[in-house]
Design a protein around this ligand. Structure first.
Ligand code: ADP
Ligand code: SF4
Length: 688
């Protein structure tokens, strides 16, 4: 196959100051939850992206000095020679494939509490920490600004010494430098505040400092917001941004443009669709001759090529599409468009940084596993035997196991009880806003179509005897899980039905199967992720009166980790859903739900004809146990995977299916199943 000529434009080299990118695919800086703590894991992951064709591959945010420390969110750092050595692992991995490596220099200001380094953070004034920690900043005086410029310059030099080709001045996302630009925040009376010219001064100086330090070898990029705070989705408030931009337009070698609202810029697909930044970008290219990059969760090469052709951007920026498919550029280059693993916009990748754990991806189970498990997004070891593998259940776990085993060359039989494949993603993709989740199935179903060694049996609900009759050498049970009607009180599951007819207590599985309530409904969300809010929306759209209650202090608590909680609340509020946070559930008699306060116990009674319990799931492991209970040794290995083993998020099911496929005939050491990326203190008594 060869590429579509209309995509040729994406493969043109582009000059950026003193360096040249081999094509227009640009992995913008994105967090990984690894930062300075896991350099080997990080370098291998970024290297795979370069191998996959990303012409520029950037770091995450790099702290330039210990007064900018974001732990428990793991940033990278450029403080000393140890950082230079760690980053060199990445730049070498990226250069090995002919790509450019970019380093984003960062200073958090009022967004960082510095809880690790215990040094006072600095910002324009002494203001409360913007991430909600009980720490305030120290107000910067002129000598602090001089000091800051010095740190920034030294970090730029270290970036150059580590082999980076592009060095960033990071002037957006509410971090220190962007606060200098902000007219509401920056009311300083000196030459760094007040007038537009004065507020822009620091960025202008940092560009000059960085060029002066490394400009002979490295390009200098500025990350900048195209709009002011405010406005609604797709309706930018430009304010003085255009004037500000015009003052700086020709100074850097590249502009990396994003927008003020982070929850739109990297919005979940539930609320934000592909290319959402375009309305914000309309004037940018007309004001500068320098190359421009922006993001938009682009997965369609037609959209990408059109963006370049229409003069919106010079580079196709991506964080998430490059995470879901590190080989996206190569696939476009080779005309293998149906092989693209499209991002579903769930932001599980971002939750790594929120939670301080290495990045994961729903679509790409190899993300973050390149070094410690040796997994690769496109290559997998050939089969270790001529075995026949039966997989029961075609949800995300079963589909991924079948796909990866098929890629290894095994003879695979995939049996699914229903006509359509997809399991939970098929069901969930029918809920409001979750349509893109079906890509988890579509990518795998498409891949299986091209594998003659994989046979799919639909409408085949297998019993233990059926499994025996297949005569496989290995059997994986991927039969998923079902939502429960009771509630987990921290110790045991408790029934909430107080004489209510069974039909009046529903679960997400009922709603997804179209069994809807017909009167006022309480959705009780003990799960805390997206399902409770999505069901409340579904029922409200059906015209019902809906109360969403949860034991947590906030709605969709865990969705804070995927940067969507605020939007969930605003959206449901707009739909007229009633909220009851911090509520336990005491019972439901078919007419009212009793909701005691999670703190004091004071009871609230909400009249409702139906209760939807979103609490926990019961593994659908009956088939597995039936097989375990069969007399005599089984003539195959038996393994349960995915939600049937331990219910969790979709990303965990995909990963479980992939791990099963990777480890078949290649068993790992159960005592140490993965390599441990950590700072090595050397052998006892030995040199460092
Ligand atoms: P996971 O997230 O672990 O992949 P899912 O719940 O998404 O789990 O998918 C499980 C799939 O297994 C569903 O599509 C379901 O129809 C199917 N299934 C359950 N029991 C059987 C069975 N006995 N035989 C075949 N398929 C089954
Ligand atoms: Fe896309 Fe979700 Fe993967 Fe992130 S985790 S890259 S949002 S599919």
């Amino acid at each position: 196959m060869s590429r579509d000529p209309s995509h040729d434009i994406l493969f043109e080299p582009v000059r950026i100051g003193p360096v040249t990118a081999p094509n227009r695919f640009y992995q913008v800086p994105h967090c990984t939850g690894m930062g300075w703590m896991r350099p080997r894991t990080l370098a291998a992951m970024r290297g795979v992206k370069a191998e996959g064709g990303w012409g520029v591959v950037c770091t995450e945010y790099n702290s330039i000095h210990p007064t900018s420390d974001d732990l428990p969110h793991p940033s990278a750092s450029l403080w000393d020679m140890s950082d230079v050595r760690a980053h060199t692992l990445m730049t070498e991995a990226v250069h090995a494939h002919g790509s450019l490596a970019g380093a984003e220099l960062w200073y958090g200001g009022a967004r960082t509490p510095n809880m690790m380094t215990r040094l006072p953070p600095m910002d324009l004034g002494s203001v409360p920490n913007l991430a909600g920690h009980p720490y305030q900043t120290r107000a910067m005086d002129k000598s602090d600004i001089r000091q800051f410029r010095h740190w920034h310059k030294r970090a730029a030099l270290r970036a150059r010494d580590a082999g980076f080709d592009i060095v960033y001045v990071y002037a957006t996302h509410g971090y220190l430098i962007s606060n200098f630009l902000n007219p509401r925040i920056n009311t300083r009376g000196d030459e760094y505040g007040g007038s537009l010219e004065n507020r822009v001064r620091l960025v202008r100086e940092l560009i000059a400092d960085t060029k002066d330090a490394v400009g002979d070898r490295c390009a200098v990029a500025v990350r900048f917001s195209a709009d002011e705070e405010g406005g609604s989705d797709g309706h930018p408030v430009w304010g003085e941004r255009r004037d500000m931009f015009a003052m700086l337009a020709e100074l850097p070698d590249l502009w990396d443009i994003n927008i003020a609202d982070y929850s739109l810029e990297m919005g979940v697909s539930r609320f934000v669709k592909e290319g959402a930044l375009e309305p914000y970008m309309t004037w940018v290219k007309s004001v500068t001759t320098k190359p421009v990059v922006t993001v938009g969760r682009f997965t369609s090469p037609d959209t990408m090529a059109a963006q370049v052709r229409r003069g919106i951007v010079d580079f196709i920026g991506a964080a998430r599409p490059s995470i879901a498919d590190p080989f996206l550029p190569r696939k476009i280059e080779e005309g293998r468009l149906s092989a693209i693993r499209e991002c579903i916009g769930c932001n599980i990748c971002y939750s790594g940084d929120s939670l301080g754990v290495p990045i994961r991806c729903t679509q790409n189970p190899t993300m973050g596993e390149e070094w410690r498990r040796g997994w690769h997004p496109e290559r997998i070891a050939p089969q270790g035997s001529a075995a026949h593998v039966l997989i029961v259940g075609a949800g995300p776990a079963g589909l991924e196991a079948a796909r990866a085993l098929g890629a290894r060359g095994y003879r695979v039989t995939l049996a699914e009880a229903t006509r359509d494949l997809g399991g939970r993603v098929l069901r969930e993709a029918g809920l409001p806003g979750l349509r893109e989740y079906i890509r988890v199935r579509d990518y795998r179903e498409q891949a299986l179509r091209d594998m003659p060694n994989v046979e799919i049996f639909r409408e085949s609900r297998l019993t233990a005897q059926d499994v025996l009759d297949v005569g496989a050498d290995h059997v994986a049970i991927a039969t998923g899980a079902q939502w429960r009607k009771d509630v987990f009180d921290g110790e045991v599951f408790q029934s909430v039905a107080e004489g209510a007819a069974d039909a009046h207590i529903l679960t997400p599985d009922d709603i997804m199967a179209g069994r809807l309530p017909d009167g006022p409904t309480v959705v009780y969300d003990g799960d805390g992720y997206y399902m409770g809010g999505v069901l409340a929306e579904r029922l409200r759209m059906a015209g019902l009166e809906v109360t969403l209650a949860t034991p947590d202090d906030s709605l969709s608590r865990w969705a804070g980790n995927t940067a969507e909680r605020w939007r969930v609340r605003r959206h449901l509020q707009g739909l007229g859903v009633r909220f009851e946070p911090a509520r336990e559930i005491a019972g439901f008699d078919g007419r009212a739900v009793v909701l005691p306060c999670a703190y004091g116990g004071a009871e609230l009674t909400v009249a409702a004809s139906h209760l939807v319990m979103v609490s926990a799931r019961r593994p659908e492991d009956g088939l597995y146990h039936d097989l375990c209970a069969m007399a005599g040794p089984l003539p195959f290995t038996l393994t349960r995977i995915g939600d049937c083993e331990a219910p969790a998020i979709i990303a965990a099911a995909v990963h479980a299916g992939h791990r099963y496929a990777q480890e078949l005939d290649a068993p790992v050491d159960p005592d140490l199943p993965l390599k441990h990326d950590r700072i090595d203190v050397g052998a006892p008594g030995g040199a460092a």
